[in-house]
Write a protein that binds this ligand. Sequence first.
Ligand code: CA
Length: 393
Amino acid sequence: MKVRTRSSAIVGAVGALGSICLVASLALGTASADEAPAPRQPAKNTKAANVALTKVATAKNPIAGVAGPGGTVWVAERAGTVRVLSDKGLSEPVLDISSETTTDGERGLLGIAFDKKSAHFYISFTNRQGTSVVDEFAVKGGKIQPSSRRTLLTQTQPYSNHNGGDIRFGPDGYLYIAFGDGGSGGDPHGNGQNLDTLLGKLLRIDPSRKDPGKAYAIPPGNPFVADPKAKDEIWAYGLRNPWKFSFDAGTGDLLIGDVGQNAWEEIDWAPASSKGGENYGWSQMEGTHPYRGGTEPANHVPPVHEYDRTGLGCSVTGGYVYRGKKIPALKGQYVYSDYCDGTLRTLRIENGKVTGTGDLVVNGGEVVSFAQGGNRELYVFDIGGSVYRIDPA
Ligand SMILES: [Ca+2]
């Protein structure tokens, strides 16, 4: 499991679809991977809460999920289908773009989102040419209206890895889009620090309005609208492969799981009050460490948490701050995992600092995504097919 090249962890995540059970068997005993650097008592992770993983569905390579109308969770399958998880189980596909995407490299259907009123549904995928595409559909009566489909944004991708692709509405009602640095390894085009490309960035757009010549509007508060050399869509930069990000449903704070190159997996954090423009450092920095002789940018926002590869982790999968009701002990803790070690891990974050690390002593296999239901309970997706709900033990 440790032999895959580290130029792109998610290549392993989605390229090794047949090897799911092996990683799971390796997973427990990795509590040390998350230890805070300062001495703590006891010198191991805290068990954050007593939970159990309840398998609620089997999907085909589930890769992204979003709360839908009527207490449902919509599940994106990597090859291009979307199914609806409800009390009745997983539906037949309600959307199928499998003829438009491929699953080579790290490609596929990579992200789905609803706007606040579930009036529109959004997909993020790589097309057959490898170009990232974000499309919108109208939703009526809980159903996608295929004829309403329109493309919001495209971005050519120089390589088949680090596409990013996660999409999500923020508490501000704008659509956020995460793109990786374009791929290969070590950011050969310098995209992370280049404000003239959408690659290696977190974007923010307003699909409910249109600027001239665009299929969307630039929110007026975007941080680089006054800079003619920078893309107006950029919200934050210096990201390598922000595979999954989320907003804390309680505070509105932003959390990004940014997959590392060879050494450091990181969680980035910004407060709800942020005006954007954060530079998360890549590829001058990998985590808090200069990357390949890089110089730390003066405005570098270091990760709120990083971990190395001495444990079994090798590709962070960002999750959610738990704001559900079923597990009071978990409330307010950030739950995340790692594709290479599916132990569910936790962080307590107060005022932008980690004040406690822990894990849940359960393993979700090759954890490639989390989803937050409308009731804010959390789901875990194993790329091998299992969809779990995190329940009280
Ligand atoms: Ca960083």
